[in-house]
Design a protein around this ligand. Structure first.
Ligand code: ATP
Ligand code: CA
Ligand code: CA
Length: 426
């Protein structure tokens, strides 16, 4: 697997990759933006554009300190069209991805892919394997036919596919919508597949900050599921059903529903504790008794708060990108007035304790097609374990089990509107 992103990644410096990618995306985007408007043609999906970035600078490329590299853009005109579909202008796209350094996400999956996030929380960049990039290219026309008909979907929105080539290495990159805001605390994060086979986070994973929990962990933590208002729940399930039908039609499986939970009541308590701590350390300071620790934690909290509050207020660049927009529900029944630093668009819900939650959800990791399944041993064991012996039907079986799990275990309806149910305030 020499040509896969992961292997090459380890041999090229992190900051050099980021810088080169930013340069590549900026030039590719502005070049494509200059081309005249026209309708999309089927051939546009097959186009691959390559730009060479010599260190001394080229005709249209700047001189730079990184090693020379090639930057490939797949289906530039098609992606320009898709970005426009989601209201993303070339300027917004390029400045979001290239003006401030991408941050590496600390909590990637097991496949070895690297994730980067833009500073404004808008986009996630994922390194993908050759097979996955190829499959996406193949998928694009049909996939975007679906998005075109209905942009309200939880399917991942892909806004660009690139390949950074340097010293014989290829790193393929996918730009997609970010699902989880990073400037508020995501108290729990689940990657749900509707399977129970090996679907428990490892001890090692659990020790991490913000671990990726799985189906069995969810059932432990929320045996009764999460409670949504009836209309919201119906909209969510309807969207999932429609999306799973699309995935099944492409014989895609192994995808997950990413569920990030922000607990508003817990956040309020944390805020309270923080300000108590801050007040305490202030009194201590005034008494000439300030401790390093008290000082540090307070300033860290308030400064990160301040530096980000600007982007929190701003509307998102891409349309239809929040969870609420994705499921075509527009009620915001959780009263947010004393939590206005919370990003818009989370799906209001409650846990069984009655605590107010905001859910950030979306389907992820959809580039695994049935015919490409590699981990045969795992597949076989999982098939036996799940009682799915008829493998031809796997994509359909997968979708059905996935939906059943979401419907029966995860998202439950409550009858009364959330607004009127009693709220615990300290
Ligand atoms: P594997 O194939 O081992 O499951 P992977 O490398 O393909 O893993 P994903 O399953 O796509 O990775 O995602 C891993 C984690 O990265 C997710 O659990 C999630 O926390 C985060 N992540 C993925 N996509 C997004 C996204 N669009 N927005 C926010 N976070 C994301
Ligand atoms: Ca995955
Ligand atoms: Ca994967």
């Amino acid at each position: 697997v020499d040509s896969s992103g992961q292997v090459s990644y380890k041999k090229v410096g992190n900051s050099q990759i980021i810088e080169s990618i930013e340069m590549g995306i900026r030039y590719s985007t502005s070049g494509t933006a200059r081309k005249p408007e026209r309708d999309l043609l089927m051939q546009d999906f097959q186009v691959v554009e390559t730009i060479f970035f010599p260190s001394d600078g080229g005709n249209r490329t700047p001189a730079h300190k990184c090693s020379e590299f090639h930057f490939k853009t797949y289906a530039p005109m098609a992606f320009r069209y898709f970005r426009a579909l989601f209201g993303i202008t070339p300027d917004d796209y390029a400045s979001s991805l290239c003006n401030e350094p991408l941050r590496a996400l600390s909590n990637p999956g097991a496949s070895g892919s690297i994730f980067y996030i833009t500073n404004d929380d808008e986009f996630v960049v994922k390194t993908v394997q050759h097979k996955e990039a190829e499959f996406l290219q193949e998928l694009l026309p049909g996939y975007y036919m679906n998005l075109n008909q209905n942009p309200r979907t939880l399917l991942p929105k892909t806004f660009g596919l690139y390949c950074y080539q340097c010293g014989g290495k290829n790193i393929r990159l996918l730009v997609m919508n970010n699902l989880l805001p990073t400037y508020i605390r995501i108290h729990e994060r689940y990657d749900l597949k509707g399977s129970t086979y090996k679907r428990k986070a490892s001890k090692q994973e659990r020790l991490k900050r913000g671990p990726a929990l799985k189906d069995l962990d969810f059932m432990d933590e929320h045996p009764e599921g999460l409670f949504l208002e009836k209309d919201t729940c119906d909209a969510l399930i309807k969207t999932l059903q429609r999306d799973c039908r699309v995935l099944e039609s492409f014989k895609i499986m192994d995808y997950s529903l990413l569920v990030g939970i922000h607990n508003l009541d817990l956040a309020a308590k944390e805020k309270c504790r923080q300000s108590e701590q801050a007040a305490k350390s202030k009194t201590m300071q005034e008494a000439g008794n300030s401790t390093e620790h008290g000082d540090d934690s307070e300033s860290a909290v308030s400064s990160s708060h301040l530096s980000r509050s600007k982007s929190v207020r701003r509307e998102r660049i891409s349309a239809y990108s929040t969870a609420m927009e994705s499921i075509q529900a527009d009620a915001e029944p959780v009263d947010l007035d004393d939590h206005d630093d919370v990003p818009k668009g989370g799906i209001p819900a409650r846990n069984s304790k009655g605590e107010r939650l905001l859910l950030f959800v979306g389907l992820i990791d959809i580039l695994q097609q049935y015919r490409f399944r590699k981990k045969l041993e795992h597949t076989f064991k999982a098939m036996v374990h799940d009682g799915d012996a008829v493998s031809v039907h796997r994509p359909g079986f997968y979708a059905q089990r996935f939906l059943t799990f979401m419907l029966e275990r995860v998202f439950k309806k409550i009858q009364s509107p959330l607004k009127h149910s009693p709220t615990k305030r300290k």
